[in-house]
Design a protein around this ligand. Structure first.
Ligand code: SF4
Ligand code: SF4
Length: 238
């Protein structure tokens, strides 16, 4: 290789070397900056979190306590909150509303309902068991009940000494007429008589809204002729 070609190779290699040098210097500067800044960022972040925590403490120190004085004062629960299950009777007549359709039994994901239908009387249950120890208070049974019989009450005090005591029978589950009336109001259910009255009012409104059908003129004439004949017959004494 002559001198001229050696010089040309050196000149071509120089820009590559310069690029590598610049890139390694830049990486070094970046590493230095990040290692210097990292503790500062961590410290600022930590202080911000401490300030946030202190703000929460101060805010809650200044406000009134919200602790409920239970059991001296009973908490006011939402009407649709789901607690102990119970069976309604008709608030007007006191008749038991369970028709032994077993829909609640079928839908229960925990299989904690057992309905025993009456042997001879249709649409009547003789026994009804709910194991509150298994129940998860999902409310599905109350959703499917066609007669608004089974409900979740707002009574959450159900502590018992044994698991067996958490199995309620029909006697323990059935509410009184007055309690049923209260729950019908609370849950905005309609009684049988209210439903019947509404049905009759709707039928009357429908009948009033329907136009009276016009009489067929030919039929009307025929009716009049028959009537005239009958009157004439009566008058003639035939
Ligand atoms: S509330 Fe849910 S788990 Fe409890 S009995 Fe009804 S369906 Fe079963
Ligand atoms: S769904 Fe209602 S009516 Fe049917 S068995 Fe259950 S409580 Fe009785």
């Amino acid at each position: 290789m002559n001198q001229a070609s050696k010089d040309t190779t050196k000149t071509e290699a120089l820009p590559g070397l310069a690029t590598k040098l610049v890139s390694s210097v830049a990486t070094g500067v970046e590493d230095l900056a990040s290692s210097l800044l990292k503790p500062v960022v961590t410290t600022v972040d930590g202080l911000a979190n401490i300030a946030k925590g202190m703000y929460t403490v101060v805010k809650h120190t200044a406000r009134d306590p919200i602790t409920s004085a239970y059991p001296h004062r009973m908490p006011e629960l939402y009407p649709r909150s789901r607690h102990r299950l119970a069976l309604n009777v008709d608030p007007d007549t006191g008749e038991h509303l369970c028709i032994a359709c077993k829909q609640c039994e079928r839908v229960c994901p925990d299989s904690c309902i057992t309905v025993v239908a009456h042997d001879s009387v249709k649409a009547k249950s003789t026994q009804f068991y709910i194991d509150h120890g298994l129940c998860m208070f999902c409310g599905l049974c109350t959703e499917v009940c066609p007669t608004d019989c089974i409900i979740n009450t707002v009574d959450f005090e159900m502590s018992e000494e044994t698991r067996e005591d958490l199995i309620y029978d029909i006697r323990k589950l059935t509410l009184s007429q007055e309690q049923s009336r209260e729950y019908f109001k609370l849950k905005e259910y309609k009684t049988k008589s209210q439903k019947e009255a509404e049905k009759q009012a709707a039928a009357a409104a429908k009948a009033a809204a329907e136009p009276v059908a016009a009489l067929d003129p030919a039929k009307e004439a025929a009716c009049k002729a028959t009537l005239a004949k009958m009157i004439a017959k009566v008058k003639s004494g035939a």
